[in-house]
Ligand binder design. Sequence first.
Ligand code: CA
Length: 235
Amino acid sequence: MHLLIVEDDDSIADPLAKGLQREGFTITRVATGRDALDAPPVDLILLDLGLPDLDGNEVCRQLRARTQTPIIVVSARGDEIDRVLLLELGADDYVVKPFGFRELVARIRAVTRRGTAPDRAGGRGPWPDREPTAQRIGGLEIDRRTRHATLDGNDLALTPKEFDLLAFLAEDPGAVCSRTRILEGVWDEHWWGPSKTLDVHVASLRRKLGDPAWIQTARGVGFRLAGPSSADPGP
Ligand code: CA
């Protein structure tokens, strides 16, 4: 798989490129937004937002306008508005500096697996799959292998994080998950950003599920996945 790294800071780009090459990726590096827009087609783009020539948000928007290639934004800004805006601009996912290399590789694989799954006609992805079967909760179906979720047969079109959040809550339907556990499990063990991120994702997930009762708030504690017709999932 061919990756484009858009990063002007050599102290980040050098070890990143070396590490990703060790993982088997082919790497092309550019250091400006202009070069990113002029780069030949690749399989995935890692886009730093703090570029010397163009605004990173604008580069993201223009890249998305000309290609369906997955984009993972690498941001030094932890601002909530930026994150939501970036997803709206067409980024598939983002990591915030400083990020763990393992986390980034996992994100790359998740995003590319999601992007290629429909073309594989149900075949296995390029990486080992841990959970081969889809999970059903009422009309909700969660397939961790293809990172696809459907409700009553309709594609939910979740962002990567929305899917992760749904899959996390679905690991134990009906059980209350604390905010801390969710943030650690879905975001990062070193997460330190605003926990409002979680509320934003819960709200958008509820919207896509079409019924707020799917995800119930345990006041002052966290959330649990229930189901629209099962206010009390019982013992
Ligand atoms: Ca930079």
